[in-house]
Design a protein around this ligand. Structure first.
Ligand code: GDP
Length: 296
């Protein structure tokens, strides 16, 4: 994960770090190579352009050219810009206090990891002391309800489902009543994803959102899909609204493009990353840590 881009960056920095002085031309060349590395990592073109312009602007300042160790100074600027791209600070979920019911709407395309992530997040919040109800509202993918039930057992969380109900909007309404009656304070609602974006799917999620009135609307994105994940996130944000992103399959061989573009393009923070298939494999997203992984 992220190895390729990290290797490229190490090469670029190695060339600069040996030099006692660096010129504007050296900076220009290094930035050009960084640009290529970012594009190869499938980072959004507009994001790359903005990144490159800002880096050049800052790196051409006196502070770098006249620094005792200009190479190091340059690396610091690149690091800061990458952290900025990734969203600066870690952003937590914004849920209500323990005495009120909070709900989290999970959305995304089929196969992005919504069902798995619902259980992972449930486990995490349970460990934080919340009383979590998982809601099986993905009524499109045939095995999704059973999958959530199996995962629910694994993480020891109750799963709300209604065998005969075909309408996810009604199901969510019932789940909410049940959650209040049974003193849960957190509902995680797994919704259906389609293979592609379609109007019917969006309309349904908007209806679910209206009934649920969620505190968090998390878009689950498969990091392996790179740029496509960014485009889809944007469209979910425009049509339904998202409060944050969970980037799944970050343990796989991702080029890093989605992680590096999502915040800039959507303006919405990445809140968690999925780093494996097991229920424990969900980490809070820390821009600083990812930046240092990229910069080696
Ligand atoms: P859904 O259709 O969006 O509900 O997707 P699923 O939750 O069924 O996930 C699809 C596949 O991706 C499953 O095989 C999951 O085990 C796998 N998966 C989900 N998240 C991760 C992750 O963070 N890392 C890895 N390696 N696999 C994941």
């Amino acid at each position: 994960m992220l190895e390729r881009i990290s290797d490229k960056f190490s090469d670029i920095f190695r060339q600069l770090s040996g030099k006692a002085t660096i010129s504007e031309k050296n900076i220009q060349d290094a930035v050009e190579e960084i640009k290529v590395a970012l594009l190869e990592a499938d980072v959004n073109l507009r994001v790359v352009r903005r990144f490159v312009n800002r880096t050049i602007e800052e790196a051409k300042g006196e502070a770098v050219l006249k620094a005792v160790n200009p190479g190091q100074q340059f690396v610091k600027i690149v690091n800061d810009k990458i952290v900025q791209l990734l969203g600066d600070e870690h952003q937590d979920l914004e849920l209500k206090g323990p005495d009120a019911l909070s709900s989290i709407l999970m959305m995304g395309l089929q196969g992005s990891g919504k069902t798995t992530t619902s259980a992972k997040l449930g486990l995490r919040l349970k460990k934080e002391g919340r009383r979590v109800l998982l809601v099986a509202a993905d009524l499109v993918r045939p095995a999704a309800v059973d999958q959530l039930k199996v995962l629910g057992k694994q993480v020891d969380l109750e799963v709300f489902s209604l065998e005969k109900e075909k309408d996810p909007v009604k199901l969510v309404g019932e789940a909410k009543k049940y959650a209040i009656k049974s003193s849960f304070n957190t509902m995680i609602v797994d919704t259906s994803g389609r293979l592609h974006l379609d109007e019917e799917m969006m309309k349904q999620i908007v209806d679910i959102k209206r009934v649920l009135d969620p505190q968090e609307q998390l878009f689950v994105a498969d990091s392996m899909t790179g740029q496509e994940a960014v485009t889809i996130a944007k469209s979910f944000d425009e049509q339904v609204g998202i409060s944050g992103v969970v980037l799944t399959k970050f343990d796989s061989d991702t080029r890093g493009g989605a992680a590096l573009s999502l915040k800039s393009v959507t303006g919405k923070p990445i809140k968690y990353v999925g780093v494996g298939e097991k229920p424990e494999d969900l980490d809070p997203f820390y821009p600083e840590r990812i930046a240092s992984r990229i910069l080696g």
